[in-house]
Design a protein around this ligand. Structure first.
Ligand code: NAP
Length: 445
């Protein structure tokens, strides 16, 4: 591993140098253990502690298949799917690996008694498999997390429609929270040159998801002038949705739960901010009944910011807790676009407000390769910025996941993998200098 790191840190290393490096037989990785699937049985979600389920193990290097790459991972990040995996909710991810393993002898590699997690990475290509022409050893890359087989016609208009669509490092093995990762090369994207490894590793999953959900025609297709209600506007997804709304000439109405988070939204350029804790919204009277007066109170608050207008789009992901309110506050003909149900997936809303006002609910999930490319391109051009707030070591991944689980974090949380320290990997210092305050917005809190 030392030779690999030395080659990455040496600015004179060539592609041939990387191709000539011997690969280690094993590497360090953050794993779940299949024989611990039941470890949290009977506990409340909040009490399930990722520090207990996430291990740092030495695991064998997987065999490289056609169309794949082994990547030396300098940095990765914690996504909410790391939290779901680590608390074995809503299901154990080992079921995903077993199902994938039944597809072919090659996918059988993924079905192991351990699961290497992680759906983001920034690093350097070490080896490419048969049939790969677009990437070579030594390329500095980030990876998006869409894994597809594309053997069916269904995915050829939009790869998210592939029946064998999976999220790498969640529904597949050999993820990015490790010293080395295995990816398909159609997951690779050029690393934004003005960012450090840990900054570059942080946008991937959430940035691509927010791009499809809000901007793409496959999602809400946001346009200039739209009012966009963004739940969790300083969180992983929301911090990108807020940036997209601002960069696209829309007006974000940011919902957050503290004054510190409101300050971050202001730092991004948002003006309309609702502190849901200070307002004390209680959309549910009890476990089964919502309170429409509270929906109305939220709608009234939104109108104070918009001069009486309702929102064109709601950027939804909290789910059960907020969905009834989201459907209510959307304007006639508007769109509720959802990609998650953090607070519960059995939603309840008053359908009269949907059909009588011709609203649409749109489901959105991650992004296809082109959408992930567009989202990464905007980061590389300095138009959308990383929202990295804190960086942990690979050993500390459990703590990092706990922070996200308990909503103690801001924006994104990074993890150093092979990178010995923060701040390395910048290749375009001039572009970085130009955007430094924006890059550090989430750090200064
Ligand atoms: N389908 C996909 O492709 C995809 C991709 C990425 C993420 N996701 C899912 O989307 C969800 C959010 O991910 P994330 O990375 O943005 O997580 P995150 O960093 O934890 O941010 C979510 C934010 O939502 C707000 N929130 C949480 N519970 C809420 C509630 N009950 N009511 C109102 N607001 C609430 C919180 O902000 P405040 O406390 O400030 O309000 C929180 O910071 C997760 O369930 C994740 O698995 C799905």
């Amino acid at each position: 591993m030392k030779e690999i790191l030395d080659a990455i840190l040496n600015p004179d290393s060539t592609s041939a140098d990387f191709a000539g490096l011997a690969l280690p037989e094993s590497y360090r990785a953050v794993t779940l253990h299949k024989d611990e699937e039941q470890m949290f049985a009977g506990q409340a979600s909040r009490d399930k502690d990722p520090r207990k389920s996430l291990h740092l193990d030495e695991v064998p290097l997987p065999e490289l298949g056609p169309g794949e790459a082994l990547v030396a991972v300098m940095a990765s990040s914690v996504n909410y799917n790391t939290v779901w995996s680590s608390i074995y909710e809503p299901v154990s991810t080992f079921g995903f690996l077993e199902r994938y393993g039944r597809l072919s002898p090659l996918t059988k590699r993924h079905d192991l008694p351990y699961h290497v997690l992680g759906s983001d990475l920034a690093g350097v290509v070490l080896r490419t498999g048969a049939g790969v022409n677009a990437w070579k050893p030594g390329d500095e890359v980030v990876a998006h997390c869409l894994s597809v087989e594309l053997e069916s016609p269904d995915g050829h208009n939009d790869t998210m429609m592939d029946p064998e669509q999976r999220i790498w490092g969640f529904e597949t093995n050999f993820g990015g929270l490790a010293q080395i990762a295995l990816v398909k090369t159609n997951q690779l994207l050029p690393k934004p040159k003005h960012l450090t490894w840990e900054e570059a590793a942080s946008p991937g999953l959430v940035n691509s998801t927010a791009y499809r959900q809000l901007v793409s025609q496959n999602g809400a297709g946001m346009k200039q002038g739209d009012n966009v209600l963004i739940w969790g506007a300083s969180g992983g997804l929301g911090s990108y949705a807020t940036q997209y709304a601002l960069a696209g000439g829309a007006t974000p109405i940011c919902v957050v739960s503290s004054e510190a988070k409101a300050d971050i939204c202001r730092a991004m350029g948002a003006e309309a901010i609702i502190d849901r804790s200070a307002e004390g919204y209680r959309f549910w009277k009890d476990d089964n009944n919502q309170d429409p007066r509270e929906w109305k109170r939220l709608g009234g608050k939104i109108r104070e910011f918009t001069g009486g207008e309702d929102v064109d789009i709601v950027f939804e992901h909290p789910g059960r807790e907020t969905f009834g309110a989201s459907v209510y506050v959307t304007r006639k003909g508007g769109t509720i676009v959802t990609c998650a149900s953090t607070s519960g997936f059995m939603h309840q809303y008053d359908n009269r407000y949907l059909w009588m006002s011709l609203k649409r609910i749109v489901g959105s999930h991650f992004a296809n390769y082109r959408e992930a490319f567009e989202a990464n391109r905007l980061v590389a051009k300095g138009k959308i910025h990383p929202t990295l707030s804190k960086v942990y070591t690979l050993e500390e991944t459990g703590q990092a996941a706990l922070d996200v689980h308990h909503n103690k974090h801001q924006g994104k949380v990074g993890v150093l993998c092979l990178a010995p320290q923060e701040g390395l990997g910048v290749r375009d210092a001039e572009l970085r200098e130009k955007h430094l305050p924006a890059i550090n917005r989430f750090r200064n809190i």
